[in-house]
Ligand binder design. Structure first.
Ligand code: XMP
Length: 512
């Protein structure tokens, strides 16, 4: 792998993703990992990420210069660039002169390999206090900016290079080209991380692990479990049984998508449990959001457990598939073994006599790779590109108690919003588009010939990178207008449509 050494900034995951985009496999390791351990991974190259603004900062992470003795290609970015300069005998000046944001870079493309064929002037993303004033011996300086006399350097023979700016962010022009240049032309790495190879490797690994045992997987309708199951099915065929618990809280068409389209596309053996009545009964009269979540989680485990027992009774089930992704692995410390499982179908709640070993075929993948994989495996596009959807489903988008009638109203309104978003070609511009029914609020309207006393729905389109923070999406007014007109015309119980214009924080994405 290419190792991305995380110096504590938020950029390491982004760098790792960009490396994968160049079709090279990457892994993130903490800067505290001893050099010997990094080298034991037989890295094709090491990329030192950004981090604190100054190598002089008290407690700033140190770079062990032994890293440079092993002959492994190294690329330093921002903090990693300065740490590299210092370790190799260059000079880092504690100027305190900051550059932050878009910065004009003057380059000497012909002076080296990294910036070859790129324009002599580039706009790049900077974020630094100190700067490198003198490159280490043997390094050519190929760029400078007003605040960084040495903004890029390289030693092609030694297979090392570095840049003060952030090539991994979209604001840096030609950043991906620079990373690719380093990987291919300086480090000499072949682009072999392709969907075809990923599938082949994973299929082999799954077969190896599972042998002739049976496997079970819970499908939620979301992309992760769908892709994980499809991959396992490709590897072991009908040794896999999927269980889909329909809790009756999904949106219009979603249960059918799993039960019909997905099964048709994959040929997977699916056990459907229609538990809608049971969930509705358990939720009867419940209005507190946390209570709703707990009830749904509890019921889910019970229903899944019963279904798993039936499947297990029929065969020698030893494995459970989980759609754990690489960011979960990194954020939970990157350890192997225990998975950090989110969402309501956390089957860690299963009783001891039903404990399975985990199969996690997506553990090394980023979300965008999972989507590509889903497409390569022939899954329906609507499923692959589905927006994130909370485990407790529409129950936490009805403000007030949940009932079959209220679910029907919300489903109708939600479908209209989704149809219009898709028609406007904006599905991939928003992260998520909850529609919320204020079931305990009533408002007066005139619909048709008479006064009505109906309910408002809230449109909550948001833009986000990772759901940790979000901003309300500036959807075109005409799209919002169409959604509003259609909902108030086609859903008689709703006579008012309002737009949520709150960022996160302070507002969460969901209303409950
Ligand atoms: P909030 O509302 O906290 O949501 O900003 C962040 C993201 O998490 C989703 N979400 C959930 N997902 N079970 C889930 O599986 C839950 O209980 C849950 N609550 C919120 C939400 O849709 C958003 O993508």
């Amino acid at each position: 792998p290419v190792l991305v050494v995380d110096f504590g900034a938020q950029y390491a995951q982004l760098i790792a993703r960009r490396v994968r985009e160049a079709k090279v496999y990457s892994e993130i390791v903490p800067h505290s990992m001893p050099v010997a351990e990094m080298l034991a991974k037989d890295p094709a190259a090491i990329i030192l990420s950004g981090g604190p603004s100054s190598v002089y900062e008290p407690g700033a992470p140190q770079l062990d210069a032994k890293l440079f003795d092993a002959g492994v290609p190294v690329f330093g970015i921002c903090y990693g660039f300065q740490a590299m300069a210092q370790a190799l005998g260059g000079t880092v000046a504690h100027t305190g002169r900051r550059e932050f944001g878009g910065t004009a870079l003057a380059t000497r493309p012909e002076a080296g390999v990294l910036l070859r064929d790129l324009p002599a002037e580039l706009s790049v993303w900077m974020s630094h206090g100190d700067c490198v004033t003198e490159a280490p011996a043997g390094f050519a300086v190929t760029a400078c900016s007003p605040g960084a006399p040495v903004a890029a350097f390289e030693d092609v023979a030694g297979r090392r290079a570095g840049v003060q700016f952030h090539p991994e962010v979209a604001h840096t022009a030609h950043g991906q080209a620079m990373l690719t240049r380093f990987l291919y032309d300086i480090a000499g790495i072949e682009p072999t991380w392709t969907m075809g190879n990923i599938i082949e490797d994973q299929v082999a690994a799954i077969r190896d692990k599972v042998g002739d045992k049976e496997v079970i997987c819970g499908l939620s309708g979301g992309v992760d479990s769908a892709v994980a199951a499809a991959l396992v099915h490709k590897a072991v065929g009908d040794q896999l049984t999927c269980v889909f618990v329909d809790h009756g809280l999904l949106r219009a068409g979603e249960a059918e998508q799993v039960e019909q389209d997905y099964v048709a596309a994959t040929g997977i053996k699916l056990k459907v449990v229609d538990a809608a009545d049971r969930f509705l009964a358990a939720l009867d009269g419940v209005t507190d959001p946390e209570d709703k979540r707990k009830i749904i989680g509890r019921e889910f485990i019970r229903v899944f457990e019963a279904a798993a027992r039936e499947v297990a009774a029929a065969g020698d089930v030893e494995f459970l598939v989980q759609g754990t992704l690489y960011p979960d692995v990194v954020e939970s410390g990157g350890g192997t073994g225990t998975a950090n499982i989110k969402s309501h179908h956390n089957v860690g709640g299963l009783p001891d006599d039903l404990k399975f070993s985990l199969v996690e075929p997506l553990r090394t993948l980023f979300k965008d790779e999972v989507r590509q994989l889903g497409l390569s495996l022939g899954l329906p596009e609507a499923m692959v590109w589905r927006h994130p959807f909370p485990g407790p489903g529409l129950a936490i988008r009805i403000i007030g108690a949940v009932s079959a009638d209220r679910l029907a109203v919300l489903r109708a309104a939600d479908l209209i919003a989704r149809e219009e978003l898709t028609a406007a070609g904006l599905d991939r511009d928003v992260w998520q588009f909850p529609v919320v029914l204020l079931a305990d609020v009533r408002s007066v309207g005139v619909q048709g010939d008479g006064r009505t006393y109906g309910h408002p729905v809230v449109l909550r389109p948001v833009s986000s990178e990772d759901a940790m923070t979000a901003d309300w999406s500036r959807l075109p007014y005409d799209v919002i207008a169409r959604i509003s007109t259609r909902i108030t015309n086609e859903v008689p119980e709703v006579n008012r449509v309002v737009l949520d214009v709150t960022s996160k924080p302070p507002g969460t994405i969901e209303w409950e």
